[in-house]
Design a protein around this ligand. Sequence first.
Ligand code: AOS
Ligand code: ZN
Ligand code: ZN
Length: 427
Amino acid sequence: MIISKDKIQDLNQKGLAEQAESFGFLKLALDKKGVDAETIVQHLADFQVAIPSWALGAGGTRFGRFSAGGEPSTLEQKIEDIGLIHCLTQTAGAVSLHIPWDIPSDPEAIKQLADSHGIAFDAVNSNTFQNQADQTFSYKYGSLADRQQAVREQAIAHNQEVIRIGKALGSQSLTVWLADGASFPGQNNFRKSLQHTQRALQEIYSELPADWRMFIEYKPYEPYFYSTVIQDWGTSLLLAEGCGEKAFCLVDLGHHLPNTNIEQIVATLMMKGKLGGFHFNDSKYGDDDLTVGSIKPYQLFLIFNELVYGMNNNEANNPPLAWMIDASHNLKDPLEDLIQSLEAIQLAYAQALLVNTPALEEAQIQNDVVLGQELLQDAYRTDVRPLIREARLRRQGALDPIAAYRSFDVRNELVRERGLKTVATGL
Ligand code: AOS
Ligand code: ZN
Ligand code: ZN
């Protein structure tokens, strides 16, 4: 299924007058505060977030999985799905592949297909948390951290293979997330596990092309529940520094113990120039992978406030970040879910761009605690939706992507094309 730009423009017609009015009103209000709405709209229009190839089917839990129907079963269909989201939102201009779930049989053809949808290849993800059909050694007790050299070598070789696949697609970064850890005290030697991991990452790093970056993702628990080798940002930073200047930390919002101050982690990593990428999602309890902004939108805003501050005060030369959504669950239509996540990301970004940083710094110098909070909340409580709609309009996206998705009857069309009982590869 392909949605033409003309169809989107037609649908937008009836909302244009109202949009012009609300955008004009907000623009005036921001003007009075010395904020240029046009600059913000431009930032929003340029902001692109990668969609992971495993989030296009209905996610499951270990208790069950309910197909959405019409799910993509090939990489080509996954790219088409991202193309649908991108043409509506104009924000999903990249895909993040998971190897081996999505090995392209013909990289050149896939590249062309993605290109025709305006989609680039973002970070490629390796997988050493599952056994593959043809592999010699099991990852049951570990991969890069495993006590057996043969297991580690197999996991290293897999990561190097993922780099080769990514290279053929024009990808420029590798994300490593390890399940390695232990569920019981006494199971593993902490120091040896970490040393093995560092050496293995160094070996993978040595195969990284000059213009590539490596992202090291951390997570406190799950799938193992006593210890995880790369448990937190400190461990991730230590490993990244042990590899070299092309290695960075990756923050997944769901990978923190409850109430962790994630915005402070973002600030610290950017101060060190070591924040490489971001996995957006939301959670109430753990790595829930819920729709971005569905539970803690104020936290998301505070995180974006640090990201914006970090990008504007970049003494450590932190490179541009790789943005990705890492969310999927089993209730919503996965494409509508992703559209909601993209919207939430844009909202938080726009609000953060509104923060009056000089005034905030002055309030901090004056120890005016109340004013500091007021300044942040003034930005957070501004209805920035007209800015986001304006950014989409200028790129010929849909004024209201969810409404457009429904009015084009996308899911039923996909079910007609692909069938009702479909299973997308992935988690
Ligand atoms: C796992 O919890 C991490 O969030 C990974 O980033 C990701 O979900 C996984 O690599 C997908 O397979
Ligand atoms: Zn993640
Ligand atoms: Zn996760």
